[in-house]
Unconditional design. Sequence first.
Length: 234
Amino acid sequence: MVVRTQTKLYAILSVVMAALIVIGFWPSYYGPLIRGVADVPWILHFHGVVYIGWMILFIVQAMLGASGRIREHRKLGTFGIWYGTFIWILGVIVSFVAPVIRVNSGDWPVDQAAAFLPIPLGDMVLFGGFFAAAVVYRPKPDLHKRLMLLATVAVLFAAAFRMQAAGMISLPAAVALWYVPVLLGMIHDVRTQGRVHDVYWIGVFVMSIVVLRLPFGETDFWLAIGRPIIEALR
């Protein structure tokens, strides 16, 4: 009963995270897209579609687990390994392409693009690390499902950051919102198992370190690295 309850939590959190992504990207992408005025390069459209696909896959997998359909969950998971790998490769490419596009369009100066670069790259470091660990620990469901949640939370940062950029919430609130799914998982662990699983503690620790990419991107040390990268890709 406890296992089934825990699995249902991941199904709920998958839907919540998908909703947060839609809300976060609504002002800058989904809203204009529906109105037919989303004027962005094709690679960003492709990136958006692929990431929507990831969230749909994550929701379906969580639902299959919650309903006890483990055989189907594992079969779809094989496809998910390839899809997640593609997500990571595309994410790394877009991490460089997106700020360069903003510079070439005149929206951003080079320094702003250079300062932004560590944000999406940090997302990909987190996603790639947690996703790779989740693949390795597929035979251990308690580890696998928590690592998959952490991998998906990694890409949730972009949505929280967009909310802040749109003036919907403050930067501290955006960072706090990013932690919410993991904190809910930790609370649920305490209620159902009496302790927080070690995977969550590791995840929170790593996330807290990666948050430092925000002030780090503004440092002279990083800008001296980031500027030549942006200029070389223009």
